[in-house]
Design a protein around this ligand. Structure first.
Ligand SMILES: *Cc1c(COP(=O)(O)O)cnc(C)c1O
Length: 356
């Protein structure tokens, strides 16, 4: 079976973990600090703050901007549940707008009509590794004085008009095992605002400024130095890993002709966290999914339902129907695009998809 995702772990990662284990300094420390610095450089921002996961990065980012009960956060229903759960953790209310069928991202044309007097933030998700159309988002954010919290969990290194994901507002990244670079579990917040960075560092560690001096309620959302060491080794291979994803996506785009292939937008450098085709017309997505699995090709359906369909979210936002996300969630199918695919794997995938 060709897996839908697989972390690329080499000797660098193994050596890095061993040296942390041998140092005896396992918790958040020097390695984490270095990882933050290197990650900030990659994203072109002043500060990065490492956390225990992408979910906790999102949670802290929202809290650092004082988003809480009574506030509305406009986001997309076509995302991993953590984007929405983090808004609920903060006590705020998610407001969903429909997506654009060309990008799978939130449709900026629907943004302004969703703004109310309670709107505090926009939480765009750069889905599958492609940044949202940020000019339009930024214009609305400026007009109504809204914060932008980017869910860049799938988009490390992606750009829009040569600006990196995570540098448009406050960014949240995931370093989960299946993401483009990993620390097994882990997250990162990026910002150019030193005051926000300071609040994130406090929130990450029980609100503690100096030892046993607690300035506010906080959490234990720290990263360990074992994770940071893996992350640092992965950052050192960032170009190699990302170029390989680009190569794989280009290979598919030039050859697949039975389903709708994903398009890189003109202003975007896509980092291909997922390679997502649309299956419609004479083909049925679920049948195609089964037949590819039978041909030994792992697939993913990201995501089978709009987030507002889940009970705990429906209880907050009520019954909603957004036509594009409802249609696309029935059509999308993700093919393996990860860096460990061989040329033979790529050919196998193309042959199987083109003989559907
Ligand atoms: C992976 C992911 C998250 C959450 O990250 P974790 O590290 O798993 O907590 C949030 N949003 C999106 C879009 C993701 O893909």
């Amino acid at each position: 079976m060709i897996p839908i995702s697989k972390p690329s772990i080499g000797q660098e990662e193994k050596d890095a973990v061993m040296s942390v284990l041998e140092s005896g300094m396992l918790a958040q420390g020097k390695q984490t600090g270095q990882f933050e610095q290197r990650f900030a450089e990659l994203c072109g921002v002043r500060q990065a703050i490492a956390t225990s996961s992408g979910t906790t990065a999102l949670h802290i980012a929202l809290l650092a901007h004082d988003i809480g009960p009574g506030d509305e956060v406009i986001t997309t229903p076509f995302t991993f549940i953590a984007s929405v759960n983090s808004i609920l953790y903060a006590g705020a209310r998610p407001v969903f707008i429909d997506i654009d069928e060309a990008t799978f991202n939130m449709n900026p044309e629907l943004l302004e009509q969703a703004v109310t007097s309670r709107t505090k933030a926009i939480l765009p998700v750069h889905l599958y590794g492609q940044v949202c159309e940020m000019d339009s988002l930024q214009q609305i954010a400026d007009k109504y004085d809204l914060t932008i919290i980017e869910d860049a969990c799938q988009a490390v290194g992606a750009t829009y008009k040569n600006k990196k994901a995570g540098s448009f507002g406050t960014g949240a990244f995931s370093l989960y095992a299946t993401k483009n670079i990993t620390s097994a579990e882990g997250g990162m917040i990026t910002t150019n605002d030193d005051a926000i960075a300071d609040r994130c560092r406090l929130l990450r560690n029980h609100g503690m400024r100096n030892r046993y001096q607690y300035e506010q309620l906080g959490y234990n959302y720290r990263m360990t130095d074992i994770q940071a060491a893996i992350g640092l080794a992965q950052l050192g291979r960032f170009d190699e890993l990302t170029d390989r994803r680009r190569h794989n996506a280009t290979f598919f785009n030039e050859r697949i002709d039975t389903v709708i292939t994903p398009q890189e937008q003109i202003d975007c450098d896509h980092v291909w966290h997922q390679y997502t085709v649309r299956v419609n017309g004479r083909l049925n997505r679920d049948e195609v999914n089964t037949s590819l699995n039978e041909a030994g090709i792992g697939t993913g359906i990201f995501y089978p339902n709009p987030a507002y369909r889940y009970d705990h979210i429906r209880q907050v936002v009520g019954g909603l129907h957004l036509p594009v996300v409802e249609r696309l969630s029935q059509e999308v199918l993700c093919l393996p695009v990860h860096p460990l695919l061989s040329e033979e794997d790529l050919a196998t995938i193309v042959d199987a998809v083109n003989s559907l």
